[in-house]
Design a protein around this ligand. Structure first.
Ligand code: FO1
Length: 332
């Protein structure tokens, strides 16, 4: 397996939000001269107060453009909460999803452009011009322009059916993923097509990276959009994924609460098998990168036909991420 000997000129990254943006900052540090397309998850999107909100796209845009609240990992820095105070005074529901004043401006612009008939791809490219500049080597691309929403079905003894469905954001933000998950449903995924920009990016890349984002609600929806998996299996670029599960637990977020619901064990090896080696039906990976704590997985994955490498994958800084990417991508 060879990556272009010179640094890859065009890199495509499949990513979610908080962990994904940390990863992409490392990709930029690893190959500063490369053009980078970030294919962003839009199944976290939610409509609230008449606004369309795209958390993973906005988190990526703010993080790469210097506007992120670094302590929370999402939302705007230097934020105000005057509108939230007014919502509180009016008793507006829901109150569990915090929307700051500056962040609301993003949602107002996005919603206004939606209502004017622009696609989410056009809107996302327009919004990121402010954050990344007009001639940025980085592009954030929604996985699809159709609407997809992750809903979680949880056990609820108060319902006659014994279960209840809710938007992923309510499951995560309101309930902190503390409810028993029965099923993860990506509403609209069967009608969602990958955009031309996404398919073109995958097919012309020199290197494709799968960020260590949540395999179920971030990478999962991107792979579920029709056309993406086929494009990954067809591209001449090496497809290299990085595990976000280390030592049996996710570094960030709640993947451990969701993986069992799709029949995947909470381990680096199980997620690697779940994405699958490209030489197996449906598989997409040429290489799977696990943390050194999971080095034992390398031999067992090799037995399953999946090339794996164990490195220190803790993204403590863009430079640390860049270092492990160089090692992992160059490994023979
Ligand atoms: N996460 C929270 O834990 N609490 C919030 O109130 C919250 C609000 C919010 C608003 C806009 C936005 O873009 C993201 C927001 N997030 C919040 C984070 C969000 O739930 C996650 O970034 C992803 O959707 C899950 O990866």
């Amino acid at each position: 397996m060879t990556t272009s000997e010179i640094a890859p000129a065009r890199i495509t990254v499949l990513a979610g939000g908080v962990g994904g943006s940390r990863f992409v900052r490392g990709v930029r540090a690893a190959w500063p001269a490369a053009r980078i397309d970030v294919i962003g998850n839009t199944a976290d999107d939610i409509s609230l107060h008449g606004l369309r909100i795209c958390p993973d796209l906005d988190t990526m845009m703010y993080a790469l453009g210097g506007g992120i609240d670094a302590e929370k990992g999402w939302g705007r820095n230097d934020e105000g909460w005057r509108i939230a105070e007014e919502f509180e005074a009016y008793g507006i529901q829901p109150r569990w999803f915090q929307l700051g004043d500056r962040d609301i401006a993003t949602h107002l612009v996005r919603t206004e452009l939606y209502n004017a008939g622009y696609s989410n791809t056009e809107i996302t490219l327009a919004l990121q011009t402010r954050w990344l500049g007009a001639d940025s080597p980085v592009r954030i691309l929604p996985m699809t322009d159709e609407r997809v929403e992750t809903h979680i079905v949880v056990a609820d003894p108060e319902q006659s059916s014994g279960q209840r469905a809710m938007h992923f954001q309510e499951f995560w933000v309101r309930y902190r993923a503390a409810l028993p998950v029965i099923q993860v449903v990506q509403v609209g995924i069967d009608q969602a097509k990958a955009t031309d920009a996404v398919l073109e990016s995958i097919s012309t890349a020199d290197l494709v990276l799968i960020a260590p984002s949540n395999p179920v609600v971030s990478i999962g929806p991107i792979l579920g959009v029709s056309g993406v998996r086929a494009a990954l299996r067809a591209t001449r670029a090496p497809v290299i994924g990085v595990s976000g599960i280390l030592g049996g637990a996710p570094v960030l977020g709640m993947a451990d609460k969701l993986l069992p619901a799709i029949g995947v064990a909470v381990s680096a090896a199980a997620v690697g098998r779940h994405y699958g080696p490209r030489n197996r039906p449906g598989g997409i990976l040429d290489r799977w990168v696990v943390d050194q704590r999971d080095a034992a997985a390398v031999a067992e994955l090799a037995a399953d036909g999946l090339d794996a490498v164990a490195v220190d994958t803790m993204m403590t800084s863009p430079e640390a991420t860049a270092a492990f990417l160089h090692t992992a991508v160059a490994a023979r």
